[in-house]
Design a binder for this molecule. Structure first.
Ligand SMILES: Nc1ncnc2c1ncn2[C@@H]1O[C@H](COP(=O)(O)OP(=O)(O)O)[C@@H](O)[C@H]1O
Ligand SMILES: [Mg+2]
Length: 373
């Protein structure tokens, strides 16, 4: 007689979203797509919403989001009970901070928090302390990927072409240094905070007064800013997936409709930018872009996933603009769409990311933690 197929135990996945960043709402939208697509036959999904004060709240699948269908109003349900986490080797216990009672367990975390406190290594550091498995880049890759100055210095050191730039903090920002930077870079000049995303605080400047205004604004968001030579070129993006042997997707192209790929074009104006997937590129250029994306991923010590963004100049030169270790993750975002166009569905992509997280944890668990002489 045919034995009934043994049902595999479900993996407990803790989806973390929201967070204390300007990209809170974007994160809620990404999390909604991820939650809906995760295979419920394989996973028990716990919904951990981080509110704007940084508190963790355990959501209920039926009401964890308010106005879920409206990107402008989407919000966390603040009625959800607060939760905190206790370290543990194979699973993390989620407990009530009020009663100390256990509420649930997580075997692998899936952070979907973009930007500050989610993509910059701080959340990853906390998950390391919890001894937890988690999706995406570790502490170092996240932190390095977030800081556009350190990122570009490491890429330059690896012989990877980047845009000309000059970083300023409040201590080295002098009129003489600024004058020299303007002379070296030439107009127009882009100003941006070193550790931000979503084009917040990014300005394209064509004159000194504009530049000074842009610098003032960028310093409102960060203690370190970058001045960059403006690159004329197409914006090409590649998705990378894997740990030790990462793979690159087909390249896609972002086509901003006015000016550059600003916050407005990314999230407000529906027609602000078009995505062309795959990008129209000659086969040789596709291969070159993919190989370069993998070199970037490795040079910055990433794992799991990342999106690598390039400029392609009219002369055919590829320059790396940046890496995003927690790229936008809604169904219509570039990262999942690039994989779909490469033959990997959104659902399978999530499976793969969780598998990679568990694989990295198993590797770490095998390391020796004590030393006997
Ligand atoms: N050096 C540059 N030359 C041309 N365009 C740029 C440059 N830097 C930024 N941009 C434009 O600004 C957008 C946002 O800048 P980016 O460095 O990618 O910051 P963010 O991390 O906020 O996405 C880019 O997608 C591009 O359209
Ligand atoms: Mg960008």
């Amino acid at each position: 007689m045919k034995q009934p197929k043994k049902r595999k135990r479900k993996i407990k996945v803790g989806l973390i979203f929201g967070g204390r960043s300007g990209e809170h709402e974007v994160s809620l939208q990404s999390a909604k797509s991820v939650y809906e697509a995760l295979d419920k036959q394989k996973y028990d999904v716990l919904l951990i919403g981080v509110d704007k004060q940084g508190k963790w709240r355990l959501g209920d699948s039926s009401n964890y989001l308010l106005h879920a269908g409206n990107p402008k109003l989407i919000a966390l349900n603040k009625r959800a009970p607060e939760v905190t986490a206790l370290a543990g080797r194979d699973q993390t216990a989620l407990i009530s901070p009020r009663s100390g009672e256990p509420m649930s367990e997580v075997e692998v975390f899936f952070p979907v928090i973009h930007g500050t406190y989610g993509e910059d290594g701080s959340l990853q550091g906390m998950l390391e302390l919890l001894d937890a498995a988690y999706v995406g880049a570790g502490v170092l890759g996240s932190a390095v990927g977030m800081d556009k100055d350190v990122m570009k210095r490491l890429l330059r050191e690896a012989g990877i072409p980047v845009t000309g730039f000059k970083a300023f903090s409040r201590t080295n920002f002098t009129p003489a240094a600024l004058k020299q930077a303007v002379k070296n870079l030439g107009w127009p000049i882009f100003v941006k905070p070193a550790n931000l995303g979503s084009s917040v605080g990014v300005h394209k400047c064509t004159s000194l007064p504009e530049l000074l205004g842009g610098i003032r604004d960028a310093f409102r968001y960060d203690t370190k800013i970058l001045l960059e030579k403006a690159v004329k070129g197409r914006e090409i993006e590649v998705a990378v997936l894997g740990n030790d042997d990462p793979r690159a997707s087909v390249p896609g192209e972002v086509i901003p409709r006015h000016g550059f790929y600003s916050y407005q074009a990314k999230y407000i104006d529906e027609d602000g930018a078009g995505l062309e997937i795959p990008a129209k590129l000659p086969a040789g250029k596709v291969k070159e872009t993919q190989a370069l994306a993998i070199r970037v991923f490795k040079a910055l010590e990433c794992s799991g996933m990342a999106r690598v963004d390039f400029f392609l100049t009219p002369g055919g030169r590829l320059l790396v603009n940046e890496i995003n270790t927690l790229p936008g993750f809604t169904k219509i975002s570039m990262y999942p769409k690039l994989w779909e166009a490469s033959g990997l569905s959104y659902v399978k992509l999530l499976d793969r990311l969780i598998g990679l997280a568990l694989e990295r944890k198993r590797q770490k668990d095998r390391l020796k933690r004590t030393f006997e002489a």
